[in-house]
Design a protein around this ligand. Structure first.
Ligand code: NAD
Length: 369
């Protein structure tokens, strides 16, 4: 398969994303080109990435002194304590700023490793090799890294651009179906917030996307999502305005994940799917969006059996706690919950326009549950 290249141009730096099956073969040459001073490489693997890839990557980087960490990716890996342990390990092994950290895993490994790389000696080289659909279409792009706090999701973090992203679709061969559903959530988000044509494409191909067997479809998803994400990130790398539209469905999702104590009972992508549906229902409730649009989106959920019902994941007490947790979201700048709502397919409300109190969100959740 041909490998495509997208350049992400940020205020700090420009970096390439290589997309295609077999793209990992470019790693050695790219490291030599982009990190010419590097002597030591820490590779942060997700335990579920098949060994065949790990052997290949280790071999590609055999001229460097390699340090390997292999983690189970759970949300609780994304903690300040674990980042500190990794940083102490790098210090003990005498890493310096010209050395390199490579994340090979899903969004959890990427967020965790990227954050550690960003604060180690104020930043060393970082490369992201996303291995889940969600990480390939979303979390590996845009330079946001971070870990969770007890008070909420991703509350500790940094904006730090990688030197390079390698999106090799062949990693997805071993990905469980549940994870394709999670990736579907973020892909659907891009279509809903900006890209009606993409929405129609997703609607037509939803079954194939979730089956995850058609690499041409998957490549198209990554390319189109990347272009949409880059649109929001460029010029607002540090999320002061435009980029906040990417938060569509996520304020609810982060409340849902927090209320569930970040356990695997509900994954991030599943929480995003439910969060987007809640955001659309709220948009209808506020007469911002038509009921017809809600029905059109609900049809995709029903025909693909996507997560839609909070009651399947959380008990009543946990559901009613969601608004209290949403107020901790880092996009809030006062004691109101800042929400992005949907006007129609491909168009959201302006960031900062819709603000609700905890009791207003509470009332809405009680009304629909
Ligand atoms: N930084 C950002 O901009 C951003 C954006 C969206 C999401 N996120 C974060 O990303 C995280 C979710 O990422 P995710 O959905 O990739 O979850 P994840 O990292 O937990 O991966 C999902 C599951 O897939 C497994 N896995 C990974 N690669 C595999 C492979 N190739 N084959 C088989 N199994 C594999 C993992 O072990 C895990 O069990 C959340 O913490 C979320 O907050 C960050």
């Amino acid at each position: 398969m041909q490998v495509d290249k997208i350049i992400v141009k940020t205020q700090e730096s420009n970096y390439p994303i290589f997309i295609g099956s077999g793209a990992i073969g470019l790693l050695k040459k790219q490291v030599e080109k982009l990190c010419p001073q590097t002597k030591k490489v820490a590779i942060i693997y997700d335990k579920n990435v098949p060994n065949i890839f790990k052997k290949k990557i280790n071999k590609l980087l055999s001229k460097y002194k390699i340090f390997i960490k292999d983690y189970y990716s759970k949300e609780d890996l994304k903690s300040f304590t674990n980042v500190n342990i990794l940083i102490e390990y790098l210090i003990k092994n005498k890493f310096n700023r010209s050395d390199l950290v490579i994340a090979v895993g899903g969004g959890i490994i990427g967020d965790f490793s990227g954050f550690a790389a960003s604060i180690f000696k104020r930043g060393l080289n970082f490369i992201n090799v996303p291995t889940t659909l969600l990480a390939q279409v979303d979390s590996s792009i845009g330079g946001k890294n971070g870990v969770n706090s007890k008070a909420g999701k991703n509350l500790i973090g940094s904006f730090y651009q990688p030197k390079l992203v390698i999106t090799d679709l062949s990693f997805l061969k071993s990905l469980p179906k549940r994870e394709f559903i999670c990736g579907f959530g973020e892909v659907l988000k891009y279509s809903l917030i900006r890209d009606k044509k993409f929405f129609d494409y997703i609607k037509r191909n939803s079954r194939e996307i979730i089956n995850g067997n058609d690499f041409n479809i998957l490549k198209y998803l990554v390319l189109r999502s990347a272009k949409n994400k880059i649109h929001f990130v460029i010029g607002d790398e540090k999320e002061s305005n435009k980029r906040m539209a990417l938060n569509f469905g996520h304020t609810f999702a982060h409340g849902i994940e927090s209320s569930n104590n970040f356990t695997r009972k509900i994954n991030h992508g599943e929480a995003v799917l439910i969060g987007m549906l809640l955001a659309i229902k709220l948009s209808v409730d506020k007469n911002i969006c038509s009921f017809k649009t809600l029905k059109e989106v609900e049809k995709i959920y029903a025909s693909n059996k996507l997560p839609s019902d909070l009651n399947k994941y959380l008990n009543r007490k946990q559901i009613l706690n969601i608004p209290n947790l949403m107020i901790n979201d880092k996009k809030n700048d006062d004691n109101k919950i800042n929400l992005i709502l949907l006007k129609r397919i491909g168009k959201t409300t302006i960031p900062g326009k819709i603000k609700m109190s905890v009791s207003q969100v509470d009332k809405f959740l009680k009304k629909i549950n």
